[in-house]
Every structure is written in C-alpha cells, then in structure tokens.
Ligand binder design. Structure first.
Ligand SMILES: O=C(O)CCC(=O)C(=O)O
Length: 204
C-alpha cells in the first residue's frame, strides 16, 4: 500500500478540504512512567463488540473515562464513562491549553503486543464535536511506537506516522468525515503501547 511518511518534528499537516492533522513529538516526556501508572489504575479489558452481525472481543484492552453524561456509542454498544483518574485529567488539562478543544472524555487503548490492533475507522459519531465540521481528536501514544495510518475514505495514498514515546497527534476540522485511520497488526517484535484519544462529547 503506498504511504506518505509524515515529517518528523512539529508538523502542521493540511490534508486539504478543511482536514488537518498536527504532530507534536514527545508531548508526554515521562511516557513510560505514565503508562505504568495507568496500567496500575485503569480497569482495562477486552470489550465484546458487534460488527457485521458478529460479536467478538476487541483485539486490545480499553477503558472509557469522562465527565458524567458523556456517553458514547460505537460498534453497536453504548458506553458510559468511568470517572477521571489524576494521570488522565492532567494530560486532558494540558491538551485543552495546547489545542483549544474542551476535551471531556478519553478512550484508553492498550496494545499488549503486535497481535493487538485497531481496524480502519473514523471517529465520526454524531455525539462528537465541538461541531459536525470540526471534530477535535487528540491522540496521545505512550510506550512502543506503532504504525498509524490515515487515508481518505475515497482511497488514495495513506499518510503514515510511527506513534509512541509520548507523541501527540491532533486531528481536527473535517478529518473524521473524510479520512479513516487504523493501527495494523505487526509480526515484528514490539513492546506494549497505550493510546489515549481525547474527545469532545456533545450533550445529549
Ligand atoms: O492507537 C491509536 O493510535 C489509534 C486509536 C484510535 O484510533 C481510536 O481510539 O479511535
């Protein structure tokens, strides 16, 4: 699959058509320590999800946190958030300042090794905001680097990042409407990685 590698270093990526992604390398400097704290705190587990009429367990561990009422539906299931824990709230506050988005929820994904993955999808559910044409997602990756690909729903080349080690990728504007993203499985030996995607959930 053809890919375009994202530039290293802080990077303002205009993807065209009101879509953009911005990479901030090493946003969380003590990323291994934060990951260990979160591993000891979050009730991470494999969730059953239903896709194309079949129910299976997610190939990664997850935990959903946020303000009360920030419920979220995906893959045919509704999730009510667990309360914030200090390490997640601390990063949320820095992200609010850095990006200007009023994040009120976060999904933690833990990839134990290269067999854990995330399939191609867009975070384009109706409850995400702050606006239909500006869905703000801040994705913070702790631990090992994994490939993260971003490609237009209509096809074409993918933009590829190697996200880990405290990197932050902010996606905004119409990116979720126009692009899909995914973290593929790998046969290469890779260490554990945790990804935190901060989101803005609109009130119901
Ligand atoms: O692990 C990642 O980098 C991607 C996570 C993701 O796509 C999501 O939570 O929607």
């Amino acid at each position: 699959m053809p890919t375009t590698r994202a530039q290293p270093g802080a990077y303002e990526g205009d993807l065209g058509g009101g879509c953009w992604a911005r990479l901030v390398p090493g946003f969380v400097s003590s990323h291994e320590q934060v990951m260990q704290t979160l591993l000891g705190t979050l009730p991470l587990r494999q969730e059953p999800i239903t896709m194309f009429g079949k129910t299976h367990l997610t190939p990664r561990l997850t935990s959903w946190h946020g303000d009360p009422g920030c419920g979220y539906r995906y893959s045919g299931r509704g999730f009510e958030p667990l309360p914030w824990v200090p390490a997640l709230a601390e990063i949320r506050d820095r992200l609010r300042e850095t990006t200007g988005y009023a994040f009120n929820s976060v999904l933690a994904n833990f990839y134990r090794d290269g067999t854990d993955a995330m399939g191609a999808h867009a975070d384009d559910e109706r409850e995400l905001g702050p606006a239909r044409d500006d869905i703000g997602i801040a994705s913070v990756s702790l631990g090992a680097r994994r490939r993260f690909l971003l490609r237009r729903k209509t096809g074409g080349d993918a933009v590829e990042y190697a996200l880990g080690a405290g990197d932050l990728l902010v996606m905004g504007g119409r990116t979720q409407s126009e692009f899909k993203h995914w973290v593929p499985r790998t046969k290469k030996p890779v260490g554990p990685r945790m990804n935190l995607t901060y989101r803005v959930i609109l009130p119901r």
